[in-house]
Design a protein around this ligand. Structure first.
Ligand SMILES: NC(=O)c1ccc[n+]([C@@H]2O[C@H](COP(=O)([O-])OP(=O)(O)OC[C@H]3O[C@@H](n4cnc5c(N)ncnc54)[C@H](OP(=O)(O)O)[C@@H]3O)[C@@H](O)[C@H]2O)c1
Length: 434
């Protein structure tokens, strides 16, 4: 019975979770495959300080990833380092040495996955990347196989657990963004530099990957509209609740006759929708197919074990293909070839909007704002104001009926210049389709 041999580079959260599963679930994995997966080499900068599961007592330990990628007893390399520099070198070198690659690296795959796949095809090896989006949710497998017979029309995701944790804590406890962020950092849920999470860049990389699988389009992350959660405050949750909504950092992708619309932005979602029920560090993806209608996928978006399951399952799939000896490979992007498109500008979307103001109170404020909305042909829907003592920083909310975002933005820009504004208005779209 021929085994398939694995080299693991990166022994942090994901690498250690992967090793724990490969050791703890070894018998079941072998039973499923019909042959063993054997770890033959592990690598990290501080590999000699790491405690490995007993099962791996005899494996090669090295601080030099080059030893792993050229090792004659490694068939598959798991790149679990992250980032775009060393990780790229590891993957390229592994491919050059004829090794298949499993990676959890969303940043690199979103930027250069298509080129890496081209190289992998050229070298006759496989590239697998399930763990790169939504950790424990097998959304790649769903789009690549489970519903590949459908045509994806729309996809929505809560793809960043840190932001979702912060938003749900703010909502439940009425705590401000900065203090919840500090707590999340203390608990290890948020990085010391939280920008990738709270400014939406991590979610944007994941959306770019899902858009490739869903639509067959290669979309550069930098071309996706992104807005983070820093401006959301506890009062926004109160107003959203009054309107029957919650606030989520929503990734959205829509197919239209004229192209694709993609965005990552804080959005009001109806409280009865399934995505509004996604709390804490959980992730979810909802897909609307042209034929199969709605399907929803939910689970832990990160963490050593949930992400480790995705890596191990990819290792198993790749190992089966190596054993079958077939040169045919299913594209990890679910499409044989990716087209390349600029997404459409989000400003062409027609949406209802939530506008939150902080003003110095004086007569005529609503009239001034209504005048600007009327001038831009934006119809006002409702005005809401919670009781408030302060006259020099008075919050209130206006909702507007579905309008082209372009007109709404022009109105908001004009409003921001009014002398009674304490800060520029906050404008959040309201998602009607969920
Ligand atoms: N954390 C999650 O829950 C999660 C979920 C989904 C996807 N991912 C992705 O998984 C990847 C790994 O994330 P992580 O959270 O496990 O990161 P991590 O905890 O920071 O681990 C990174 C590992 O890479 C090793 N490393 C760094 N530079 C190296 C080099 N030049 N040579 C050899 N080893 C090197 C580090 O070594 P030392 O430990 O020896 O310093 C560490 O073991 C990233 O692409 C991330 O985006 C993570």
């Amino acid at each position: 019975m021929n085994e398939v041999r694995v080299g693991i580079v990166g022994l942090g959260n994901v690498g250690s979770g992967t090793l724990a599963i490969l050791a703890g679930n070894r018998e079941a994995i072998e039973q499923k495959l019909g042959f063993p997966l054997r770890v033959t080499a592990v690598c990290s900068r501080a590999v000699h300080t790491k405690t490995l599961p007993e099962a791996f007592a005899g494996v090669l330990r090295t601080t030099d990833w080059r030893e792993v990628v050229r090792h004659p007893e490694v068939d598959v390399v798991a790149e679990l380092v992250g980032g775009t520099s060393v990780a790229r070198q590891i993957i390229e070198a592994a491919i050059a040495h004829g090794k298949s690659v499993v990676t959890a690296n969303k940043e690199l795959i979103a930027l250069e996955g298509a080129e890496l796949w081209d190289r992998a095809i050229g070298a006759g090896i496989n590239l697998a990347m399930e763990a790169s989006v939504a950790g424990g949710i097998p959304i790649h497998a769903v789009l690549r196989e489970g519903i590949s017979g459908d045509q994806v029309m729309s996809l929505w995701g809560i793809l960043n657990g840190t932001s979702n944790y912060i938003l749900t804590e703010m909502e439940q406890r009425g705590a401000p963004f900065d203090s919840v962020l500090r707590e999340a950092q203390g608990l290890g849920y948020a990085e010391a530099d939280p920008s990738a999470d709270v400014d939406g860049y991590d979610a944007r990389s994941k959306l770019a990957i899902l858009a490739a699988l869903a639509f067959g389009e290669r979309i550069r992350p930098a071309d996706i509209y992104v807005e983070g959660i820093r401006r959301i405050s506890p009062m926004d949750f109160q107003y959203a609740r009054k309107l029957g909504h919650r606030i989520r950092l929503l990734c959205a992708a829509h197919r239209r006759d004229d192209g694709f619309l993609l965005s990552v932005r804080p959005t009001l979602v109806p409280v009865g929708s399934m995505l509004a029920s996604v709390m804490g560090a959980y992730n979810a993806v909802m897909v609307k197919g042209r034929y199969g209608a709605d399907t929803l996928y939910y689970g832990r978006g990160a963490g050593p074990h949930p992400t480790g399951v995705a890596v191990v399952s990819d290792l198993m799939r790749v190992a089966r293909e190596i054993r079958s000896g077939s040169p045919e490979r299913v594209s990890p992007f679910a499409h044989e070839r990716l087209a390349q498109h600029q997404p459409l500008p989000v400003t062409i979307q027609k949406r209802a909007f939530y506008l939150r103001f902080r003003v110095q109170d004086r007569p005529g404020i609503i009239a001034a704002l209504a005048g600007i909305l009327a001038e831009k042909r934006v119809s006002l829907d409702a005005v809401l104001q919670e009781p408030c003592d302060t006259k020099d920083d008075l919050p209130f909310v206006i909702t507007v009926e579905p309008t082209r975002e372009e007109a709404l933005r022009e109105a908001v820009d004009r409003m921001a210049g009014l002398d009674f504004m304490v800060e520029p208005p906050l404008a959040l779209p309201m998602e009607p389709q969920l």
